[in-house]
Design a protein around this ligand. Structure first.
Ligand SMILES: [Zn+2]
Length: 320
């Protein structure tokens, strides 16, 4: 029964902390989406004001040859070369990795969002706007682009916490961790005192973190249409939705890690196994995640077959 599985999960304080922290990130995402959406347009306008030749009338002449891959981009036409230079000029981490593979350079003259993705982590090629991005993508843009005037240390602290949360193999964090996270996220939000929708989220996060989240299981049958509540803050289905989003993000993260081959395959499969074990005990979450698990399984299988075909396939190949 759905309700009792949730009750058992939320009885574990550390899992509850994990979900609460994840909920903070979702709130953060929702308040940053509008802000980033507006700022990316103003950033693009300011780039075109500095260099009018890069505007909508500029056309990439390189065609498919102007296609970046992962961190590599060798522009084959004048327009893309100039755009690349401009992007790097505004990139705070211009000497580190830039994930050019996120972008379709031919669209830079007319599509501000394609420019923004050069300031974000890998894996965002298909995302068409801030509304399709998670918190870390938006935070990375704010952190990496000099259009944003913020204390970058505060942004980085939130990104670090987010990564710890997503990489927590057991999906648990301590109450001390949660408190520290709250402090960091609110310090970050304080940088945006003149943005009303961000200020509003500040108090919602406060309210969320002090709320109890005890699941009340009603005695006897529940009348139809009566929605159970978690504490007095969220409904059961809302908590389920949050859990699902977090687990999806976690699996997506694992997929990107596997794809980039930065972590040994055994490590990936052992992390995946923990999630699978968790889902075996929590059938109510399992159905919504079948596709994500399959995607990882088949990726793993494909690479296992490739490895076993080559002699010495056990040693990871150097990255091309
Ligand atoms: Zn080009």
């Amino acid at each position: 029964m759905v309700l009792s599985e949730l009750a058992v999960r939320l009885n574990c304080a550390e899992y509850k902390n994990w979900v609460k922290a994840g909920h903070c990130l979702l709130l953060l995402r929702s308040c940053l989406q509008g802000f980033v959406g507006r700022e990316v347009l103003s950033f693009h306008r300011s780039l075109l004001a500095e260099t009018p030749g890069l505007g909508p009338r500029a056309t990439c002449r390189g065609g498919s040859r102007c296609s970046p891959r992962a961190r590599q981009f060798q522009p084959q036409c004048q327009v893309c070369a100039e755009w690349k230079r401009e992007i790097l000029r505004h990139h705070v981490h211009r000497n580190a990795d830039v994930h050019w593979g996120n972008c379709r350079p031919g669209r830079w003259p007319s599509d501000a969002w394609e420019v923004a993705k050069a300031f974000m982590p890998r894996g965002l090629t298909d995302k068409r706007g801030p509304e399709e991005c998670d918190a870390v993508a938006l935070l990375s843009f704010i952190n990496s682009c000099d259009h944003f005037v913020v204390d970058r240390k505060k942004v980085i602290e939130v990104i670090k916490c987010r990564n710890e949360l997503m990489h927590s193999s057991e999906m648990k964090v301590s109450s001390t961790w949660l408190l520290d996270f709250q402090m960091k996220i609110q310090t970050f939000l304080n940088e945006f005192k003149n943005i009303p929708e961000i200020v509003e989220v500040y108090s919602r996060i406060e309210q969320l973190l002090i709320s109890d989240w005890t699941v009340h299981i009603p005695e006897g049958d529940q009348p139809d249409g009566c929605e159970s509540e978690v504490g007095s803050y969220l409904s059961v289905s809302q908590v389920n939705e949050i859990e699902m989003e977090l687990l999806k993000e976690k699996l997506q993260e694992l997929y990107l890690l596997a794809e980039a081959q930065e972590v040994p395959p055994e490590e990936i499969s052992s992390r995946l196994e923990v999630v699978k074990e968790f889902l075996r005990n929590n059938e109510d979450l399992k159905n919504g995640l079948t596709e994500d698990i399959q995607k990882l399984d088949s990726f793993h299988l494909k690479h296992e077959t490739l490895d076993s075909k080559e002699p010495g396939g056990q040693t990871p190949e150097s990255k091309a």
